[in-house]
Structures are given as structure tokens and as C-alpha cells.
Design a protein around this ligand. Structure first.
Ligand SMILES: N[C@@H](CCC(=O)N[C@@H](CS)C(=O)NCC(=O)O)C(=O)O
Length: 290
């Protein structure tokens, strides 16, 4: 159900497009890319996740799970990035970001569900390899988050991160991501230009931030040749700059990059967790459906 019923009258009275989002959030990047593809402007409400702004009472009245992104379009609240980009495409048809024909549409939807399911691995690996390369969040901030946020699963995740993620969880997340990348590589192996066919679609929008994120943590993409070629193509689009890199805090990326490289050099980078030998094709099934 993409449009959420909301008791918040301040939201239902909002006209136009309003987006609550964060610069480095991959789910927010999806939505900004879709908006850029459609050349749609919006009122930006930036939420500083690092400062724990998503734990404020005010924000939790907007997004019931206290996550970003959330979007209001003419008073209708939509959460979950895949639902938001679908809703944007449904409301604003030009250019249409879905292929024609039921069969292709079904394939695009499957790729969108897979991108949605990939979020938990992406998040875990982001905290493990990207955020851990930055100075730690203060104890006071962690405690305030635990006190103020109502999303128990999210709070548990932050507690797990604070004490250190287990090798098993890291390996599982790496394994799931590797399956996804093999699957995407296979999908592209028939020579198509984009994930759902020869036209750019929401499937590309959904996966662009994920591949970008894994490049930041130095995931070795050499073995997925088709996927690498696809990423080279999509990163040329203006929406990649407008929706993604323009919002990425460059100082943060520059700060963590040497630490990520150093961790890789001592043999504990993300590449060290990729299963060896590579999984077979038939094992490229999503972790979500397995
Ligand atoms: N399924 C949701 C996932 C949203 C989500 O996990 N958002 C992350 C940022 S990408 C978040 O808000 N994290 C807050 C936190 O870790 O405190 C979507 O696609 O929008």
C-alpha cells in the first residue's frame, strides 16, 4: 500500500512535493535520482542521520519507522524508497521509467523487490566498512538515540554496531550481495543496455545507489563484467550527479577513504569476505527468496 494513511494533518495539508532525505542514504539517493530523471523539483527537508535527527519526535510523526526517505506529494505520504519511486513514476509519466509489456514489467518489479531486499546487507556492510572508518559517534549521541527512537529493530541494529558486528553476519551480508551482483551480471549478459531491457527504468534507478555504495567500500567489481559496463553507462547520466554525487558529503568520503584502503591492505577489507571459489550461477538466487 504505497500511500500511508496519516493522522498528521500538517502532512495531509502539504501541497507539492516534499522529500525528507539524507545525503548519504542510498534509499534517499534512489528517490532523488528518480526525481532528477523526471526533472521534478521538490522541497528538500534534510535529515542528519549522523546527528540522530531521525530520532526526533517531530520526524517520527512523519515516518512511522523513523527512517529516511519519506515523501509527501500533494498531501499523500509515501515511505519506502521503492514505493516512492513507483509512485513518482505513476503520477508523473514523462519520461516513463517502466518498460512496456507485462513480461518486462514483471521482470522490472522483480529487480525492484530484489533491490529492496538488498537493503539490509547494504546497511550492515555500510556500517562495517564505511562508517567504522570514521571517528566513532559519541556515547551521549548513541544514548540519546536509544532513548528517543521508537523503532526497536533499528535501535537493536545500532546497539549491535556499537559492540561490533560478528564475522558471521558480515560474511552473510557479503554472500547476499555477491549473489545479487552475480544475478544482475547474468541479467545483463544478453547484451541489454539497462537492467529491464534497452530502456532505462526504475530498476536502474533502484540499483545505481547500491553499486555506488559498494564502490565506496572498495568492493572488487572486476568479476562482474556486464555489471561494471552497466554502471559505467548509468553513472554518465545527469541524474547520477544531481541525485547522488551532488549530495554526497565529499569531506566524509575523503576522510574515510584512506582507512578503507588500509583495512583492505591488511587483508580485512570487504573483498576478504567474498566466497572463494565464486558461487555458481544457480546459486545466484536472492538471499531473500532462498
Ligand atoms: N525500506 C526502506 C529502508 C529505509 C532505511 O533503512 N533508511 C536508512 C537510510 S538508507 C535509515 O533511515 N537509517 C536510519 C538509521 O540507521 O538510523 C526504504 O527503502 O526506504
Amino acid at each position: 500500500m504505497p500511500i500511508l494513511p496519516s493522522d498528521n494533518s500538517a502532512l495531509s495539508e502539504l501541497q507539492g512535493r516534499h522529500l525528507w532525505h539524507a545525503g548519504l542514504s542510498s534509499c534517499s539517493q534512489r528517490v532523488r535520482i528518480a526525481l532528477a530523471e523526471k526533472k521534478l523539483d521538490y522541497v528538500s527537508h534534510e535529515i542528519d542521520l549522523h546527528a540522530g535527527e531521525n530520532a526526533s519526535a517531530e520526524y517520527q510523526e512523519i515516518h512511522p519507522k523513523g527512517l529516511v526517505p519519506a515523501m509527501v506529494i500533494d498531501g499523500d505520504l509515501v515511505i519506502d524508497s521503492v514505493d516512492i519511486i513507483n509512485e513518482i513514476d505513476r503520477r508523473y509519466e514523462e519520461p516513463l521509467l517502466r518498460p512496456e509489456g507485462k513480461k518486462h514489467l514483471k521482470k522490472m518489479d522483480a529487480l525492484l523487490s530484489r533491490a529492496d531486499a538488498a537493503q539490509s546487507s547494504l546497511k550492515l556492510l555500510t556500517f562495517e566498512f564505511l562508517f567504522s572508518a570514521a571517528p566513532p559517534v559519541s556515547k551521549e549521541r548513541l544514548e540519546a538515540f536509544q532513548q528517543n527512537h521508537k523503532n526497536e529493530a533499528l535501535k537493536q541494529f545500532h546497539r549491535d554496531v556499537a559492540i561490533g558486528l560478528s564475522r558471521k553476519r558480515i560474511s552473510e551480508a557479503v554472500d547476499c550481495s555477491h549473489r545479487d551482483f552475480m544475478h544482475l551480471d547474468l541479467v545483463l549478459s544478453d547484451g541489454r543496455q539497462f537492467l529491464a531491457g534497452d530502456e532505462f527504468s526504475l530498476a536502474d534507478v533502484a540499483w545505481m545507489p547500491n553499486i555506488h555504495r559498494f564502490t565506496l567500500i572498495k568492493w572488487p567489481f572486476d568479476t562482474y563484467e556486464n555489471l561494471r559496463g552497466w554502471f559505467e553507462r548509468v553513472r554518465e547520466r545527469s541524474s547520477y550527479k544531481i541525485g547522488l554525487t551532488d549530495w554526497e558529503p565529499i569531506e566524509f568520503v575523503e576522510l574515510v577513504s584512506p582507512n578503507i584502503k588500509a583495512r583492505a591492505l591488511i587483508g580485512d577489507g570487504v573483498a576478504a569476505y567474498i566466497p572463494e571459489p565464486p558461487l555458481m550461477f544457480w546459486e545466484g538466487m536472492s538471499c531473500f527468496t532462498k
